[in-house]
Design a protein around this ligand. Structure first.
Ligand code: MRU
Length: 329
């Protein structure tokens, strides 16, 4: 079954696969205003750091067209573009790509659209380079296996376009005959692992087992995984990694079990302007994502969407350009 494009620019508007409806419904959103784009980003219909970067870039083109149609002045256009950049705080790719494309507004709509499309078009090749480099690292570190790889959240084509980052590494191992199966965390509270990663692995015919997040560190301690590979939303200058809540626990378990903990991410996720993990803004989301439907009405919750894994727990970071070990330690 051919799926619609995860993200596309069509006749002056954005089309995006609604990731809140997956895996049970394949629904395409037609996004023709900044309001709708911000809604799609904050509701996680569009999600995953690299995809947020591409959507942000297209968002500038969308804002430029909407501004022309509705007669916005420069201040209004800046404000609307600012809303897109700030829609979610942790994934640096979003604000980074928005700022880069917005800098071309003085050159006109065509220049803006060309730059936005370039972000979209380069994403698949970036994913592929990360996938091959990461698989080579794991075979080097663990042998040809076949490997049992543990992963968290969703880092495939839905989050990145192309093969993906961490899921791309897994796909490259599979293509190389070096993969036994994948252990997938459900990834509460929005279940990106259960809903999206299992859906992608099904489509790829890659053997996998879904586990509850709480089980993951114990399963690693029992020797059920040869390596852990995850994505990232922001990597600080000292190598600290922000990723989906639950990642830190996997890093601790991997260290204790003596298995590699690999972070796969594009160069655009490395934020040299942020010195260390403590300075990375961590999104906190609505309590209801955790409390509904299980907890009594009115139960308070702490809903951090991301956590920080300190650099010293990361075996290596793989990007489309390089393999980084001992990040500035
Ligand atoms: O809240 P989400 O679903 O946008 O979080 C996504 C993640 O944490 C991913 O691991 C990260 O963005 C990397 S995607 C390649």
């Amino acid at each position: 079954m051919d799926n619609p494009d995860v993200l596309a620019w069509r006749d002056g508007h954005i089309e995006a696969l609604d990731q809140t409806a997956l895996p049970h419904q394949v629904r395409v959103l037609r996004i023709d205003t900044v309001d709708r784009l911000v809604q799609a980003i904050t509701s996680l219909a569009i999600r995953g750091a690299p995809l947020l970067g591409a959507a942000g870039a297209l968002g500038v083109a969308l804002a430029a067209r909407q501004g022309q149609a509705e007669g916005w002045d420069d201040a209004r256009l800046d404000a609307e573009i600012g809303r897109i950049a700030a829609a979610r705080p942790t994934a640096v790719n979003l604000s980074r790509e928005v700022k880069a494309v917005a800098a071309l507004i003085p050159d006109g709509t065509q220049a803006v659209e060309a730059a936005a499309l370039a972000v979209l078009q380069s994403a698949a090749e970036v994913s592929h380079q990360i996938s091959l480099r990461g698989a080579a690292y794991l075979v080097e570190a663990c042998g040809r296996g076949p490997l049992r790889v543990h992963t968290h959240c969703n880092t495939g084509s839905l989050a990145c376009l192309g093969w993906g980052t961490a899921l791309g590494v897994i796909r490259a191992l599979h293509a190389d005959g070096a993969l036994s199966h994948v252990i997938v965390d459900e990834t509460r509270p929005l279940l990106q692992g259960a809903r999206l990663t299992c859906w992608e692995l099904d489509q790829l015919g890659i053997e996998h087992r879904l586990v509850s997040d709480g089980a993951a560190p114990f399963l690693i301690s029992q020797g059920l995984a040869d390596a852990v590979v995850v994505g990232a939303d922001r990597i600080a200058a000292n190598g600290d990694v922000a990723n989906k809540i639950g990642t830190y626990g996997l890093a601790l378990a991997a260290r204790k079990a003596g298995i590699p903990f690999l972070v796969a991410a594009p160069e655009s996720t490395i934020d040299e302007a942020t010195a260390a993990g403590a300075a990375i803004p961590l999104e906190q989301r609505a309590a209801e994502e955790i409390t509904v439907p299980a907890a009594p009405v009115g139960t308070k919750a702490l809903n951090f969407a991301f956590d920080i894994t300190p650099a010293d727990l990361v075996s290596a970071i793989v990007t489309e350009k390089r393999l980084i070990q001992n990040f500035r330690r």
